[in-house]
Design a protein around this ligand. Structure first.
Ligand code: IVH
Length: 660
């Protein structure tokens, strides 16, 4: 078995890292199956954590634990053109007082950064960037990335590698084709699909997604482990990591500019997306002297390429009605490849934008795609002699209701809150991955559900049976059952997702999280006045007013009640559920009267410290906090040998955590 493992590891490295396979895929699969078989037949022999069979993905998980980075994962300052790049170079030269130095120039890979820790030569933990200070533990998913070694033989025992998780354009297009065939939502670009694939709860999904990891930093105790960036890359390559081969040493701004120009022109020839160049002062000793600002190192810069543009023709201008009823003109384009991705629609935002561009059907235009924003029309190249000028419809193009333009707003809205277009958008929003994550509810299915009258409100989703769904186009019994299962499963999604799902204007995922944590329940949210709402972190007058208006609308109150009846989560699990705080991962039961704190206050404090409070004592209880006249719960805790704290002990624990 060990021989097979070594053999498989060698072939993985040849295939995934060096792009130089020695055996066919079928032969590789054969070796893998043989190893799986042997491991199955010998349950007495432990399967080591770096066995290639461990790449296929373990059991799905409940959520991700938050972990603090060894040193912050900061981002880089940007140079948006060659002038800004030269400014950066000048600053570096000045700060180094005329001393000689060189740059290591690397491609700026357009994925998401990740930190991977190795202990005793074994992959121990992989953490997403998160907010730069705290990321999420995605170890099980990262293990399935074939270009990430599970074991690194050699000198260093404890080290950290930082790099970029990527999806090739090909893997991205294949994934989107699969999503589309199954009626699922597609991803906007390879970076989003890589991010989505890394953060799925089921590692076997990550495993199937063909992700890559390019290493670009080698750290020990949060500090650079080699004395130059160039050497670090070389060492990483020697350790078996995939390092992007297109790196260069540049001896000054001229060489650096040339490198940037060259890759700006060649970027489409790469199988993955890049959005610029990263230049780093090579010597770590010089990096140390240059130091950091609060946001970014002074020794590196990200030179961003200009957005990619192509020319095409506007075949038609359609008007779409969004979730909040806003009418948005959309240019239907003759399909054109922009930076390696086919684009056939571009937003025109609103009628003022159309007037500004002076664009009409039949015009030849320049379209642009930058980062993950929706493609947009930036300029008209040629206009045919006779043109039909675009006019915003006076009635909703979908339901025919009146369209109004609120004072001071550019946007026009359909006034009908049950307009099918709005309902469709609401359903898509509600079921989106970061919201209620209902798999299988793509556009084609939503269209049929709404047009066929099966769904008149988001709450109707919870009454759908698979038998009726199976009759829809693109559905069969199997996918219908799966959809119902997925809808069922969404009942367990936490309160913040339900809040986000309501589609309250200005309440996105993050605001929903803050609201759920601060108010603890849907009823508290629905009843809170504007002052209470504004006391919540990041909630200002505009958001507070929007929330109030939402809950004053009888339609919306009815929707909320129906969602309650459907069994959705209306109580926050625990604000500290994030897995951070001194009491993270612990379950508490409160009993008796505490000397200073009310039961409610104690509960809130425990939750704020990351703990969970439940009502009854069981084997799963970590600690019982007991006050005066504690009764049977305290007895039960003693029976089960569960730790008992008094109030001051509890406060100590929470306080100690705060000072850490
Ligand atoms: S160095 C403080 N090197 O670009 C050091 N970053 O704005 C920062 N990126 O968050 C990272 N390719 O996700 C570095 N060769 C490369 C990179 C790279 C892509 C990303 C990375 C980072 C962002 C910096």
């Amino acid at each position: 078995m060990e021989r097979l493992r070594a053999e498989l590891r060698r072939h993985e490295h040849l295939y995934y890292v060096l792009d130089a396979p020695e055996i066919s895929d079928a032969a590789y699969d054969g070796l893998m199956r043989r190893l799986q078989e042997l491991e199955r037949l010998h349950p007495g022999l432990p399967v080591p954590p770096d066995s290639p069979t461990r790449r296929v993905g373990g059991a799905p998980r409940e959520g991700f634990v938050k972990v603090r980075h060894s040193a912050p994962m900061l981002s880089l300052d940007n140079a948006l053109n060659e002038g800004e790049l030269a400014d950066f170079d000048r600053r570096v030269r000045e700060l180094l007082g005329g001393e000689e130095f060189i740059y290591t120039a690397e491609l700026k890979l357009d994925g998401l950064s990740m930190a991977v820790h190795y202990e005793d030569g074994l992959l121990a933990r992989a953490i997403t960037r998160g907010d730069g200070e705290v990321g999420e533990d995605v170890t099980e998913n990262a293990r399935t990335i074939r270009t990430l070694p599970l074991r690194v033989p050699g000198g260093r025992r404890r080290f950290e590698v930082r790099g970029e998780v990527m999806m090739t354009r090909r893997a991205f297009e294949k994934l989107n084709a699969e999503c589309e065939a199954q009626g699922l939502k597609t991803y906007a670009n390879p970076r989003n699909s890589a991010a989505g694939s890394l953060r799925v709860l089921d590692p076997s999904i990550t495993a199937a997604r063909q992700m890559e990891f390019f290493a670009y930093f080698l750290l020990e105790d949060g500090q650079p482990a080699a004395d130059s960036q160039w050497k670090a890359l070389k060492e990483l390559r020697g350790m078996g990591f995939k390092v992007n081969p297109n790196v260069d040493h540049c001896a000054g701004i001229d060489e650096l500019t040339r490198y940037c120009r060259e890759w700006g022109e060649r970027r489409d020839s790469l199988p993955y997306e890049i959005d610029g160049v990263v230049a780093k002062v090579d010597q770590v000793e010089q990096q140390r002297r240059l130091g950091w600002t609060s946001k970014a190192p002074r020794w590196a810069i990200a030179y961003k390429f200009a957005a990619q543009q192509s020319e095409t023709v506007v075949e038609r201008i359609d008007v779409q009605v969004g979730r909040t009823g806003v009418l948005t003109p959309v240019a239907r384009l003759r399909p054109v490849v922009v930076g390696g991705v086919t684009v056939s629609n571009a937003t025109l935002h609103n009628e003022e934008e159309i007037a500004r561009l002076d664009v009409a059907e039949g015009d030849e235009v320049v379209v642009e795609r930058s980062g993950d924003v929706i493609p947009k029309v930036v300029e008209v190249k040629t206009r045919p002699r006779t043109r039909r000028l675009f006019e915003m419809p006076k009635d909703c193009p979908v339901c025919g209701s009146e369209v109004v333009r609120a004072e001071g707003e550019v946007a026009r809205r359909c006034v009908n809150s049950s307009c099918p277009a709005r309902l469709k958008e609401s359903l898509l929003h509600f079921s989106a991955r970061p919201v209620m994550d209902i798999d299988g509810l793509g556009e084609k299915i939503v269209d049929q559900l709404v047009d066929g009258g099966m769904v008149k409100s988001v709450a109707d989703l919870y009454g759908l049976g698979w038998e009726r769904l199976a009759d829809l186009e693109r559905m069969g019994e199997k996918s219908a059952r799966k959809l119902v299962e997925s809808i069922d499963g969404s009942r367990r999604k936490p309160l913040e997702r339900v809040i986000a799902g309501l589609g309250i204007p200005f309440v996105g995922e993050r605001t929903a999280q803050l609201l759920a944590a601060a108010l603890g329940g849907m009823d508290a949210l629905a009843q809170a006045d504007e002052a209470r709402l504004q006391a919540v972190e990041e909630v200002g007058p505009k958001v507070a007013q929007s929330i109030r208006r939402f809950f004053e609308e009888p339609h919306n109150r009815e929707l909320v009640e129906r969602l309650r009846a459907a069994g959705l989560q209306f109580i926050s699990e625990a604000p500290g559920r994030m897995g951070i705080g001194p009491l993270a991962g612990m379950t508490f039961v409160l009993t008796g009267t505490l000397p200073n704190l009310t039961r409610e206050a104690a509960k809130e404090m425990i939750e704020a410290a990351g703990g969970k409070v439940t009502g009854s004592v069981s084997k799963k209880t970590s600690v019982v906090v007991a006050g005066a006249e504690a009764g049977s719960k305290l007895d039960k805790a003693r029976d089960l040998g569960i730790e008992v704290w008094d109030e001051s002990r509890m406060l100590d624990k929470i306080g100690a955590g705060r000072n850490e």
